[in-house]
Design a protein. Sequence first.
Length: 132
Amino acid sequence: MKEKMYKKLSLVFGVCDLATGVALMLCPSFVMTILMTEVAAESLVYIRYIGVFVFAVGFAYFLPYLPVKGRKVDVWSVWNITALVRCFVAAFVLLQVVISILPTAWLLVAVVDGSIASAQFVLLRKMPPESL
């Protein structure tokens, strides 16, 4: 039963990051408009570059469910790594907002990543690695 919950949450987290990553890669100006941030045209390539990393984090959630001959990636490891990445992102973005490098609209990124990371860490404590 709990394994199904982890699988569903992995699907939700993964799809959200995959979609965000694709949006950042294909239409970064639109995403920046949502975040109420103006970005110079020559800087959009860097937003696209960030999109690749967001996409990669989203893809990581699917690794335990992809058929790989001879080995299996476990949910516990993926969740630990993605939660850690999200913690770094949340802390970095929060710091950038506090020191006025990024506008306050970016707090949405810090809150979402920090919340998902916290939820993952809490759920991981309730489920030992060998059961996932």
